[in-house]
Structures are given as C-alpha cells and as structure tokens.
Unconditional design. Structure first.
Length: 251
C-alpha cells in the first residue's frame, strides 16, 4: 500500500495525545506558535509573559501566557519539521488550544521575492508523510484559513503575497529538478511544516493559521542563504509583532 493511501478514518488511534498531556483549565483560546526559540527571547523582552509550568500541562516544550492589547493569549515554541510540529500541535490541542497562528521562515523559489517578504500560503504541496494520515489523498493540502488571515493583514496594514507552498521533510533533497517543478506549479516558497499542520487542524476541526517570511533563496543552481542564518532581531521582532496583532483580531 502506498503512503498516499494510509488515511484511515474508520478506526481509532491506539495512542492519543490526551494520554500524554493534561487538559489545562482556562487555556487561552488563541495560541501563537513558532519553531525558533529566539522568538521567546523577544517575547520576554517586549511583553510581560509567564511560563506555564510543564508539570501542569505535561507538554515538554515552553508555553507562555501573555497579554496583548487587553487580551490573553498563549505562546508556544514547537519542534521543527512536519512530523515533530504536527505531534506538538496535537498535544497543544489536547491541552486546550482552539485556534493556532503559526509563523516562520521559508525558502523563496523565485529570486524576485525579497528577503523578509511575507507569504500567506493558500495550498501546501504534500511532499511529506504526516498529512496522508490525517486527510484524504491529494497533491495539495488546502489552507482553509488563508483568506481570513489575508483580511486581517489588510486591516492591520501588512503587505503580503498569497501563494502555494512546497512542504517537504527532505530539506537536503530539495533538488533543482523538483524546485523547478514546484515553481512551475505555482509554489512561491518551500518549508517543512505547513501541509502537516493544516492536515492536523482539519482532522481535529481546529482553526490553524500560518504566514511565512522569505529567508533564503533556492531559485538557481546555487543556494543563496540570504538572511536565513543571520536574520536581524529587527526583522524577527517585526514578524512577532505582526503575529501578536493578528492574534488580537482572531479573537
């Protein structure tokens, strides 16, 4: 049986996240999530945030409570890559998260996309394994929340590009041939989590939002790291503030 045929809606899972983490009373409705721990440092510098004790949630990664513009939220740092981030998302939902806004960097597949350009993914090419266990077989996972996030960005004055993304587990096998195929199919960026996260959200019937910003560039014979390994704190702080402001309008 092909991996693309592994979606099994007719039988229950043997292991469930609620067996590993605890439901937290009064957990905030909305969680902002990242995979880069440097955002925790910025959050703590700029906002009064308190850490949720791991013993209370059973979650092995940092979760913080913070208030922004008079509303309360959670902030979580997930593990990079689709399988790990999807597992973390499952546990966040079991803890009590209802809406999750995820953001992070991506590689541009078009050199005209400038470093720091914000992209709202509309569909994610499923070049990973997790999504096939959560939603029926298809080439792309639809990002059902994209238009809502775009409307919010319009309200807060954020410039963005709406486009498909290429989600892959094999970042050292992003070959020139596959890059050209995905670019020709309309993918503007490549990353590791989108298809997996959207599939989990659809299966669990939770609202998962995502935006990306271009960091490196894969459009060519040689990789251009651009700002991937040296992203200024100013850029990260800008992305964090966009996420926090967007979360207010999601509530």
């Amino acid at each position: 049986m092909s991996i693309t045929e592994t979606f099994d809606p007719d039988s229950h899972a043997i292991i469930n996240p609620a067996q590993l983490v605890n439901k937290v009373p009064n957990f905030p409705e909305i969680t902002v999530a990242v995979i880069n721990k440097k955002y925790i440092k910025l959050l703590l510098e700029d906002h009064h945030a308190t850490e949720l004790p791991a013993a209370e949630s059973g979650f092995n990664l940092p979760i913080y409570y913070y208030t922004h513009k008079g509303k309360s939220f959670a902030f979580a740092c997930l593990t990079p890559c689709g399988p790990c981030a999807a597992g973390d998302l499952e546990e966040l939902i079991a803890i009590g998260a209802n809406k999750v806004l995820f953001f992070g960097c991506a590689g541009a597949l078009d050199r005209s996309i400038a470093p720091g350009q914000i992209i709202i993914p509309t569909e994610a090419y499923r070049d990973e394994g997790v999504s096939y266990h959560y939603i029926p077989n298809s080439d792309y996972a639809t990002v059902k929340t994209a238009s809502t996030l775009a409307h919010i960005f319009d309200q807060i004055g954020v410039s963005y590009l709406m486009a498909k993304t290429w989600t892959t587990d094999a970042f050292y096998r992003e070959t020139i041939g596959n890059m050209k195929k995905r670019k020709a199919d309309g993918c503007a960026v490549v990353e590791q989590e989108c298809a997996s996260l959207m599939a989990v959200g659809q299966f669990r019937e939770k609202e998962i939002y995502q935006f990306l910003y271009a960091a490196d560039c894969l459009d060519g014979e040689a990789w251009d790291s651009r700002i991937l390994r040296c992203t200024p704190d100013e850029t990260r702080r800008q992305m964090l503030n966009i996420a926090l402001d967007a979360a207010v309008l999601l509530s």
